[in-house]
Structure formats: structure tokens, C-alpha cells
Design a protein around this ligand. Structure first.
Ligand code: THU
Length: 139
């Protein structure tokens, strides 16, 4: 059983590994995301842009889709790495749509971890990124 520091390192490593496979020829902004599910499994995704620009998809959405396809139903933690070029990472906050997508499978205390190129990490509860959110409990 990994401790919290090791678990976070593994989550970031998974996000960074998948980030290099992003398809981002239009924005040149490469994003990798990793989600930890309720069984301790990590699922990853990268952004996939499209010549028809609005058809592009975000890294977080891809990671969540991979989790659901594998049977995962709860997000315990999220890590995102992104930036304009490989090795040039900024702390990349999830876009508004991705915050809502995370919300579907996470609570307000679920941590979203962001990291920059020098390894500085910001960890924010989802409730701070998406206050007063609408979720499954409202229906
Ligand atoms: N992007 C993500 O993958 N996740 C986010 O939360 C923010 C933005 C992608 C979409 C697009 O391919 C590129 O970053 C620039 O917006």
C-alpha cells in the first residue's frame, strides 16, 4: 500500500507520461490528466485536438472516460500537468467544463493536484474550484 506521497507521485507520473502523447497541433498546449479511482487504479487521458476546432477534447475528459470504461465510478484524486511544450509545464487548472465532469464522480473535498515544471504542486479541493456545484444529488 503506497503512502500518500508515493500515491501522488504515481498519479503525476502517469499524467506526465500520457501528456507526451497529446494531439495538440493547433494550440501547441499539451495536457495530461490522471484520475485515481475507488479501487486504487489510475486512469489517464490527454487532450486530442481536431482540425474542426470545437471537436477537440480535454485530457481530464479522456481520463474520466477511461475510468468509466474500466468500471470505475468514484474519483478519489486528480492530477493534471500541462503547458505549451514538453518540459515547459505550468500549473494547468482544469477548464470549467472539466471541473463539472470531475464533479460527477467526486465530492467537494476531492483533491485536484497541479504541478509546474520545477515540481511545485498546488492541491485544491474540488469545492474550491467549483463552488456551489450542481451534481448528481440534485436530481
Ligand atoms: N485543455 C485540457 O486538456 N484540459 C483543460 O482543462 C484545459 C485545456 C486543452 C484543450 C486544448 O487542446 C488545449 O488544452 C488548449 O486549450
Amino acid at each position: 500500500m503506497p503512502n500518500e506521497t508515493e500515491a501522488l507521485a504515481a498519479l503525476f507520473e502517469a499524467a506526465a507520461d500520457v501528456r507526451v502523447r497529446a494531439h495538440a497541433p493547433y494550440s501547441n498546449f499539451f495536457v495530461g490528466a490522471a484520475v485515481l479511482d475507488e479501487e486504487g487504479r489510475i486512469h489517464v487521458g490527454c487532450n486530442v485536438e481536431n482540425a474542426a476546432y470545437p471537436e477537440g477534447t480535454c485530457a481530464e475528459a479522456a481520463a474520466i472516460a477511461a475510468m468509466v470504461a474500466s468500471g470505475g465510478r468514484r474519483i478519489l484524486a486528480v492530477a493534471v500537468v500541462g503547458g505549451p511544450a514538453e518540459g515547459d509545464e505550468i500549473q494547468c487548472p482544469p477548464c470549467g467544463g472539466c471541473r463539472q465532469k470531475i464533479r460527477e464522480f467526486a465530492g467537494e473535498m476531492t483533491s485536484v493536484h497541479l504541478r509546474d515544471a520545477v515540481g511545485t504542486v498546488s492541491s485544491l479541493p474540488l469545492g474550491e474550484l467549483l463552488p456551489l456545484s450542481f451534481g448528481p444529488g440534485h436530481l
